[in-house]
Write a protein that binds this ligand. Sequence first.
Ligand code: GAP
Length: 441
Amino acid sequence: MTTPSEPATDLGLFDAVVNLCKRRGFVFPSAEIYGGIRSTYDYGPLGALMLRNIREAWWRAMIQERDDVVALEAAILTNPKVWEASGHLATFTDPLVDCRNCKERWREDEIEGTCPKCGSSDLTEARPFNLMFKTFVGPVEEESSVAYLRPETAQGMFVNYLNIETTMRRKPPFGIAQLGRAFRNEITPGNFVFRTREFEMMELEFFVPPADSPRWQQYWCEERLSWYKRYGIAPEKLRLRPHDPEELSHYSSGTTDVEFAFPWGWGELEGIANRTDFDLRAHQQHSGTSLEHFDQATGERYLPHVVEPAAGATRAMMAFLLAAYDEDEIGGERRVVLRLHPKIAPYQVAVLPLSKKDTLSPLARDVLHRLQRHFMCEYDETQSIGRRYRRQDEIGTPYCVTVDFDSLEDAQVTVRERDSTDQTRLAIDELVSHLLGRLDI
Ligand code: GAP
């Protein structure tokens, strides 16, 4: 287990990243023209690209590069019996207290006996508050039409276990992975997109023979930790932390979190839980359908155990941004640079004609079209070239390609690298293979 020392708090970094996200089109407060809605965010053009890249990087590691995991996209609304069986209706709660003085509501475990807003210690007894959003299916709002927005994607995989085992001819160990929106009526959302009421999850349910679950949990802890490193987070900003017994979710016999050194301290990026046979057993009981696996080799029947790496895509985005943010000096001038991994950065390449003149545009657009077949590109022809480089540095674009007047003569362009700012002159015909070699990591 890695146990780096406590991170220094760096709230200046937090403010700088939140500010950059708004200013450069990564994240906007939702429906801002109406004053927003508390702790709900819209992902702008750059945020949408970055989120998509995070999903893609996860999909690649969890599905594409393996032969023991299959994909699923289950519905967000489902039969409410699912949430009864899973234990979410009874136990997916946080302890809620009211301040009798200012009427604000808090999570009891997040305050120390006094209201953070007014300082009063006149608080109600804690009572369980269920985090699931309730709605009604169909035109009649009655008890029999109640449904819930999913608070995790996991249950979609448990209730499809039998379908998938049969149709995909699988036997444990094998996994089902899916990503998608989840909803929790958090009492105190906050810290920007760290804790929101609507967020995106990336979950794997890995079904194994019961005796093998400790080994697979260890395996997935190492795999998931190395995924964050592979995509550019420094090892000293990550650690694995096993849960204390009193922290465990109702379904878990043991969970280890991958944590990131957020500006306010260590925080969870992902939990790797041993869910035992809790879920399959519960759905078997509630549905009356056997979910046992029949092992033809041994003649044994058993309920597989489940190891679950469950990550937040939106939270991961925040960690990638915080880890990548840097300020340095180029030619005596301060610059902000996002040192994002090329596969995570919103754009991989920016095409910048040196001047806006019509003489350069056709060639610059031709270069753009060649690159767009392989990379997400931005085309920018406004302002000085220096300012345009700074703009790209600030949004993490790894390469800028500059088309100048010499390019018309020699069919070459200048490629500038974000981190070193080194510039190389290159034939346009070699550009795609040159960049593919550097970006297809
Ligand atoms: N199925 C297991 C499960 O739901 P979880 O630890 O509650 O586990 C998994 O959630 C991950 O989802 C967390 O590690 C975190 O990254 C993300 N997450 C959970 N609640 C969140 C919230 N309110 N806002 C943003 N991300 C959240």
